[in-house]
Structures are given as structure tokens and as C-alpha cells.
Design a protein around this ligand. Sequence first.
Ligand SMILES: NC(=O)c1ccc[n+]([C@@H]2O[C@H](COP(=O)([O-])OP(=O)(O)OC[C@H]3O[C@@H](n4cnc5c(N)ncnc54)[C@H](O)[C@@H]3O)[C@@H](O)[C@H]2O)c1
Ligand SMILES: O=c1ccn([C@@H]2O[C@H](COP(=O)(O)OP(=O)(O)O[C@H]3O[C@H](CO)[C@@H](O)[C@H](O)[C@H]3O)[C@@H](O)[C@H]2O)c(=O)[nH]1
Length: 450
Amino acid sequence: MPGVRISVIGTGYLGATHAAALSGWGHDVVGIDVDPSRVTQLAAGIAPFHEPGFDELLLEGVRAGRLTFSTDLSAAVDADVHFLCVGTPQSGTGHGADLTALWQAVDALAPHLRRGALVVGKSTVPVGTAARVQERLEDLVPPRHGVEVAWNPEFLREAHAVEDSLHPDRLVLGVASDAAETRLREVYAPVLRDGIPAVRTDLQTAELAKASANVMLASRISLVNMLAEVCEAADADIERLTEILGLDARIGPRYLSPGIGFGGGCLPKDLRAFASRATELGVDSASELLGAVDAVNTHQRQRAVDLTVRLLDGHPHGRNVAVLGAAFKADSDDLRDSPALAVAGAVSQLGACVRVFDPQAGRHLRDRVDLEVHDSIESACAAAEATLVLTEWPQFAEVDPVALGRVVERRVIVDGRLVLDPTRWARAGWRVHAFGRGETTPSAVSRKAG
Ligand SMILES: NC(=O)c1ccc[n+]([C@@H]2O[C@H](COP(=O)([O-])OP(=O)(O)OC[C@H]3O[C@@H](n4cnc5c(N)ncnc54)[C@H](O)[C@@H]3O)[C@@H](O)[C@H]2O)c1
Ligand SMILES: O=c1ccn([C@@H]2O[C@H](COP(=O)(O)OP(=O)(O)O[C@H]3O[C@H](CO)[C@@H](O)[C@H](O)[C@H]3O)[C@@H](O)[C@H]2O)c(=O)[nH]1
């Protein structure tokens, strides 16, 4: 079967990955973005961000001539399916989503839509947006063109974007007609052949399916962080507790890691946008519940800052603090709403000299005047009086605590992501403060061993 001609509008983390996956399935894809440097990079087959497996997939599509990029929407004129993948950040004035980029993309696309084109929303939007996009296109495009809107939200996780795009858990086909469903099934034929469930629904349920998943994920993390705090207060063991909880088939073991909380370009803003939209719809319970989820999440960042200050005997000013990890999660260079970066910035605000190392995100921090960016763990930790592990990069777990102990001024470490083995570090003379585990000291470990 010949591939479908597709345009992908917005080539950020979502759009670029989606475009590359579509071309890998044999479709002819043009990626459109308003950012010329991004387009130049992608067209040259160079990944603009760190995402495992993306470089190869991009290069393969570009070399095969199935994947092109442009800043000019007229390049989308031959496409039968258009995916809207532009950003929908939190509005600067409130908690709702800022849909400016979406409306700009819709308005710019309208003159290039051919007869029977399908416009498919993939961005995360407040419920009701798809219907507004359909209305807007009916105003801009002659009715005889029969342009239709569908919503097909994306559930990929950064750091697993390629894997999640190629092998999703499920597809959500929010459509208003059989023709739109058939077209989407054609686009996703390779995935559907693998037996991935595809749920057909209306536009508004499709929009909500995405926002609701993120709301549930965010709530789960705040719940587990609340439990971690109770564990610390009660001298209980959060890791055994989550292991036990995870064995309940209704709860499951995944997505139960405590720490300094969730961040990134999705969960925090989607949680707030959902609550804001629910309030508009007259559902007040959403903002009550999700406001608490948000507050518990922010509280984790503050807890990390307070703990650091306490470990510096209440005097952070002029003290050296090493921060390991800046990205919002491991295997990503994304700094959007990163808990690690927020903690680093707040500790620096208190007058500490904060030295950051991140394996991928460090290069995006060079213009931060409040942070010293280092190229290695050892250099960031030189003469540190407190070391904070704030992103769950696996290499942090591999660090030799004996060797690092020779570099720092004081062997005091905060494990904000539960990646370190506290006994190993305490044996090497470190005081380890882990979220949910409390403090492990060298003397406690030697008492236990004795
Ligand atoms: N990042 C993820 O993991 C992920 C996963 C699922 C869903 N989403 C959702 O996907 C959407 C995009 O997220 P992202 O992380 O890729 O954002 P991003 O900021 O990385 O990318 C957005 C891109 O859109 C471009 N853009 C803005 N206005 C445009 C216009 N008028 N025409 C063409 N391009 C335009 C920007 O230049 C940018 O490259 C959001 O709604 C997000 O919530 C993101
Ligand atoms: O048990 C956990 C799991 C995650 N996190 C944190 O939560 C944040 C988000 O992590 P994750 O969900 O893995 O990454 P995202 O790439 O933000 O993916 C979320 O947001 C995307 C954009 O909407 C969705 O597509 C995904 O399904 C959804 O998981 C990160 O700061 C993680 O460190 C925890 O603290 N504990």
C-alpha cells in the first residue's frame, strides 16, 4: 500500500518524533515549524534535542527522502492528513492553556487545505478545543472542500519517545465520521497490525483521554510523595511500602517513585489546564483535588531546599553546593519546569555557590548566571559542603562514594530521586539524606553491621 501524504505542524519533542515515526512507517512526511534554525537542523538530519533512538530514525527518513522539513506551510499543500503538534504551554496570566500557537497554525494552514483533507490534533488541549478548530476551519475553508477535524492525542514519554511512538499502549481515535477513522487507521496501519488497541470515540472524549491520563499520573506521584513524607516521619521504609502497594494488581508497581516531584513540559501545565477548564465547566471539585496535587508537588521542591539549608547548619550563604542533575528526568535534556533546576535555582538564591552537572542538559544552562555549570561530577563536587542528586541519571548510582569523598569538603549527600544505595555511601563515610528514607549515617550503618 502506498504511504499517506502527511504534514506535521510543530516539530518540537512531540512533532519531530511523530514525523520521524510516520516516515519510518513508509509515509511521505513534511514537518513544518516557525523556527527556522530547528527546520535547518532537522532537514540536515540533526536532532535538536536528546532523545534515545531519535537521531537514527530522523536520519533514516531524511536519507530515504520520505521526511522533509520547511518553515513554509505551502509545503503541506499536497498532504491529505495534517497533524497539529504545536506547543500548548501554560498561559502567562493564569492556569489555563495558551492556545496562541494552535490558532496561528490553524489559520496559516487553512489556505493550504485540499479537498477532503483531515486535520488531526495531537497537541494536548482543553476539552472543547477540537470543536472550535472545526468551526474555525468551516469559517476559513469553503464547505465544498469537506475538511474535517479529528483528535488523536499522544501519550509518549520523553526519554522513551521513539519507543512509545513506534509501540504505543493504545491509540485514541477521536473522530466525527467513519471516513476520518478509516484515514487514521491507514496512517497507523503498521501499529494496528501489531494488535495495539485503538479506541474510537468522539472529539471531546479524545481530548479528555489525554488530559485525564496526565492528571492521574500527576496525582499518583503526589500521593506517593505524601506517603514518603509520612514514612520519614514514622521511620518506615518507603521502598518496601511501594513494593507492597505495587503487588496489589489494582495499583501496580509502575510510576511509584518518590522524590522531588514531577516536572517537565507536560504534567504540571496539563494538571493546571485541566483544573482551569473544569472550573469553566462548573466542576469545582477538580481544582480542589488537583490544587492539592500541585501543592504537594511544589512542596517536594521546597523540602529539598529546606533540607539543604539545614545540612548547611542554616547558613547557605557562600557555601559550595554540588547539584547532580538538571533535566526534569533522566535521559532527557529538557529543562522545562524541572524540579532539579528549580531546587538548584532556589539554593543559589539563598546565596550558595551552586555547581551543576548534567550529562545532557548542562549545555542548555550556559547562560544561567546564578549557576556554575560543570562538565563532570568530580568538578561539580570539588569542595562541596553538600551534594544534591536531583535527577535519576543511572550514572549517579554508579559513582564511587570513596573516590568522591576525597573531592568534597563534607561528605553530605541528599538523594532526591532514591538512586543511591545508602548503606554503600554511609560505609564510605557519607551522611545520606534520601527522600522518604530519612537519614543514613556512617555510625548507624556500622552499629547495624556490628
Ligand atoms: N513533549 C512531550 O513529551 C509530549 C507528549 C505528548 C503530548 N505533548 C503535547 O504536544 C504539544 C507539543 O509539545 P512539545 O513538547 O513538542 O512542545 P515544543 O515546545 O517542544 O514544540 C512545539 C513546536 O511548535 C512550534 N510552533 C509554534 N507555533 C507554531 C506554528 N504556528 N506553526 C508551526 N510550528 C509552530 C515551535 O517552534 C516548537 O518547535 C503540547 O500540546 C504538549 O502538551 C507533548
Ligand atoms: O514514579 C515517578 C514517575 C515520574 N516522576 C517524575 O514525573 C515527571 C514526568 O515523568 P514522565 O511521565 O515519565 O515523563 P513525561 O515525558 O513528562 O511524560 C508525561 O507527559 C507526557 C506529555 O503529556 C505524556 O505523553 C506521558 O504519557 C506522561 O507520562 C518527571 O519529572 C519524573 O521525574 C516521578 O517523580 N515519579
